[in-house]
Design a protein around this ligand. Structure first.
Ligand SMILES: NC(=O)c1ccc[n+]([C@@H]2O[C@H](COP(=O)([O-])OP(=O)(O)OC[C@H]3O[C@@H](n4cnc5c(N)ncnc54)[C@H](OP(=O)(O)O)[C@@H]3O)[C@@H](O)[C@H]2O)c1
Length: 294
């Protein structure tokens, strides 16, 4: 598994953390970095504590491992430049760590002879030191060429990752799942906060009200599954109450009203899986549809 060096093109928050993890675990002995400017590369190398900054990809030494960790929008174009400028790609593995993009954006380096993959560590790299310290146990979704997957699975397992396979076609939906589980939870809590405010609940109290509700909802979904975790008026089949509440929320805020009704539809499906009768479920849906466009 020993590779002499890792070449990193676009070494920012994630690139620095992965470089540190690879060096610390003895996966590679050398790190070579190429950012947009050599000055940025030099700062990066100083932050990692080891490595060499290069002014161009053509200057980077041959390597069997390449990480392209610039922002997602630049990955395809950077891969094209790696394909045309880098030395000795035929034996190399080239990978990126985007959660959203799959390995097909690396087609140009694949055509140049490299094996390609994407490995998405499902965590934040906002704080490099914290990401390195807490990396053990991080889930890493992998897809791409089988030969590249084999090597990268071993490497990411060695640095503490919990690697799981993804299909190339399914990757974008898997990432959308992360968006719902993370970013949109923030959006939902903001909606809850606005409704508390409209109800005259003081700011500080609103967060205190939310915290135990959110924590227990998450604990219960993980422990019992969504069907048994769902409580409230939809789980009890209270169609009239749900309709009244949907109207009140829509009057307060059209956006929150729309969300209430859409998430209510999902809740009806979940409640039906836990014994709510289809007839009562339909009645709730009619009530939800009756107070807005669904
Ligand atoms: N950050 C996270 O929490 C996280 C989590 C999971 C996955 N990821 C993935 O990791 C990748 C990198 O994200 P990041 O947050 O680490 O980005 P970042 O901190 O913004 O770093 C991107 C780096 O790429 C360099 N760069 C940009 N365009 C370039 C180009 N054309 N050629 C060479 N270097 C270039 C930038 O440096 P200069 O501008 O100074 O050159 C910077 O050092 C993305 O694919 C992202 O989806 C990130």
């Amino acid at each position: 598994m020993k590779h002499s060096r890792l070449n990193v093109v676009g070494c920012g928050r994630l690139g620095q953390a992965i470089s540190t993890l690879f060096i610390t675990a003895g996966i590679v002995d050398e790190i070579h970095v190429c950012n947009r400017s050599q000055a940025s590369g030099a700062q990066t190398v100083a932050a990692i504590g080891v490595g060499v900054a290069h002014a161009s990809m053509g200057e980077m030494p041959p390597s069997t491992l390449w990480l392209i960790s610039c922002g997602d929008e630049a990955i395809e174009e950077v891969a094209e430049r790696v394909a045309s400028e880098a030395a000795c790609l035929p034996d190399a593995i080239v990978f990126h760590c985007s959660g959203l993009l799959d390995s097909t954006v690396l087609e140009s380096v694949r055509r140049a002879g490299a094996r390609v993959a994407s490995v998405h560590p499902v965590r934040s790299f906002a704080d490099r030191e914290m990401a390195v310290r807490d990396f053990r146990g991080t889930f890493c979704g992998i897809e791409g060429d089988l030969a590249a997957q084999e090597v990268l699975t071993e490497i990411f397992t060695t640095i503490g990752g919990r690697v799981f396979p993804l299909s190339t076609e399914g990757k974008i939906l898997c990432h959308a799942g992360h968006v719902f589980a993370s970013n949109y939870v923030v959006s939902l809590l903001e909606c809850a906060h606005r409704l508390y405010r409209a109800a005259g609940i003081p700011e500080e109290l609103s967060w205190c009200l939310m915290e135990p509700l959110v924590r227990s909802a998450v604990d219960n979904v993980v422990r019992l599954g969504p069907a048994r975790a769902l409580t409230g008026p939809i789980a009890r089949g209270e169609a009239e109450i749900v309709k009244r509440q949907a109207m009140a929320v829509s009057q307060e805020s059209p956006v929150s009203g729309e969300l209430y009704r859409m998430l209510g539809c999902v809740a009806v499906e979940v409640a039906t899986a836990n014994g709510l009768s289809p007839e009562r479920g339909d009645e709730i849906l009619r009530g939800l549809r009756g107070c807005g466009d669904l």
